[in-house]
Design a protein around this ligand. Structure first.
Ligand code: HEM
Length: 446
């Protein structure tokens, strides 16, 4: 092992991310090459692997993401961490995230059809109401106070929004909190080792599903959430929900999805729905629970931006795009080369793992003027935080709506928000996660 290879461990060692993301290291590497080879050693928190190509520059990331014929989402799925067994790989391949055309196109089309403009408009109205209620709850009649921005402000918004999409009883949203913790926080003992989950009430469907909740082993570790038996309770819940919605359709997205018969794309089977439910419950939750605090961290470090948004709320939409670029809540996704090919001089062989670094691409000075600066008026802002190409985030519009509503309400209702203690970061090389963000606030006089 060479010194330079050891230095590259910071890119995939999950423990490194507890000190913050390796932005400076990525910048130095990006200067030298667009694509580098990274050996993957076994570490305390990493099983090791056969190594991967890391794509660092914006243009090359786009090239990979828009070309599923060369770079497959299906062959090795889309995570930096290899599936532990062939059975685990086949299991995750049932999710659209880990599919290639034409199967992917079919499922994606059915989902897009379900997000009708009427359904999205209704969701956006509810999102604004949730933002008001969340802030009301924090202020609770006081003029100043302290709170944990992650727990008290950021984490409920995506759960409430997903409950609206699924049309599920709101008290069941804590199940999604638990599922997302188990999946995304798998490398972090604060999240993954959870034996004392309290569902806080719950519907009959939730009680039924919880009978199948996997049990932690003698060390308190839950089974691998990327294996089917790691998420038995989620699958049971999704199954019961689909049966219920088929019998009792309402105007939520899931009812529309399950009721539609698309001539070209056919219908959604219950099994397909169960996998979509998994993807949404995780993809639509943790990303925002990290993205909203990431945006707040940017504002805490740039109070002038906070004040500018207070004075001119019309700046909020562009500021949200900049928060997404600056923080980059999802740091990377993986593809697998389908055939021998070249990329910016790198000789990629069929079967090689190719990891696109959104975090690096979003700081590429070839694409962004002064990328280290947090510039809320940046235009254009072609960040890759929602990906690019056929797998471009299906929830991007809703994610942006949630962030806009949250930051509009925050800057309207809080005169001052400042750090009360340093943030604590998630042990994960995939999501740029914030576990806690203590803040001190003073309410605006209204
Ligand atoms: C700030 C929040 C979010 C970020 C940063 C984010 C990021 C991403 C990225 C980078 C991808 C592309 C994956 C790839 O290329 O392999 C993706 C896909 C996806 N996202 Fe998001 N996401 C966010 C919020 C959401 C929300 C709120 C939902 C659902 C309500 C959602 C649902 C999905 C789904 C279903 C896919 C798979 C699309 C496909 O395979 O065609 N995401 N997301």
């Amino acid at each position: 092992m060479t010194d330079s290879q050891t230095a590259l461990e910071c890119l995939y060692d999950p423990m490194r991310y507890e000190q913050g993301a390796p932005i400076a290291e990525l910048a130095a590497l990006r200067q030298q090459a667009a694509v580098i080879w990274v050996e993957e050693h076994k570490l305390a928190q990493w099983p090791g692997g056969r190594g991967f190509w890391l794509v660092l520059r914006h243009a090359e990331c786009v090239q990979v993401l828009k070309n599923p014929k060369l770079f497959s989402s299906q062959l090795g799925a889309t995570q930096l961490r290899d599936p532990a067994t062939p059975a685990d790989l086949s299991y995750v391949q049932q999710m659209m995230l880990n599919m290639d055309p034409p199967e992917h196109t079919r499922l994606r089309r059915l989902l897009i059809n379900a997000f009708t403009s009427k359904a999205v408009a209704q969701l956006e109205v509810k999102i604004r109401q949730h933002a008001i209620a969340i802030v009301d709850n924090v202020i609770d009649g006081a003029t100043e106070g302290e709170c944990d921005f992650v727990k008290d402000i950021a984490s409920d918004m995506p759960l409430l929004c997903l409950a609206d999409i699924f049309g599920l009883p709101q008290q069941d949203r804590y199940l999604m909190f638990d599922w997302a913790n188990r999946v995304i926080g798998y490398q972090d003992p604060d999240y993954a080792v959870s034996s004392a989950f309290n569902p806080q009430g719950g519907s009959a469907m939730a009680r039924e599903a919880l009978k199948l909740r996997p049990r932690p082993d003698a060390n308190g570790q839950m089974p691998d959430p990327r294996s089917r038996n790691g998420m038995d309770d989620l699958y049971r819940y999704a199954h019961l929900l689909a049966e219920y919605k088929r019998g009792n359709p309402a105007d939520d997205v899931v009812s529309i999805l399950l009721a539609q018969v698309d001539d070209a794309a056919g219908i959604v089977t219950i099994e397909e729905f169960e996998n979509m439910f998994w993807l949404f419950a995780v993809a639509g939750n943790e990303t925002l629970r990290n993205g909203i605090p990431g945006g707040m961290i940017a504002l805490l470090r740039h109070p002038d931006a906070w004040q500018a948004m207070q004075a001119n709320p019309a700046l909020v939409p562009a500021a949200v795009e900049e928060m997404l670029r600056w923080w980059t809540p999802v740091m990377n996704f993986r593809r697998t080369a389908c055939q021998d090919t070249g990329l910016a001089g790198a000789k990629i062989m069929a079967g090689d793992k190719v990891v696109v670094s959104f975090l690096s691409a979003n700081y590429d000075q070839r694409e962004f003027h002064r990328p280290a600066e947090f510039a809320i008026r940046r235009k254009p802002n072609p960040h890759l935080s929602f990906g690019y190409g056929p797998h471009f985030c299906l929830g991007a519009q809703l994610a942006v709506a949630q962030m806009r509503a949250m930051f509009l309400e925050l800057t309207r209702r809080f005169e001052v928000m400042e750090p009360a203690a340093p943030p604590r970061y998630l042990r994960s090389n995939f999501q740029r996660g914030v576990k806690s963000l203590p803040v001190r606030w003073r309410a605006s006089i209204r």
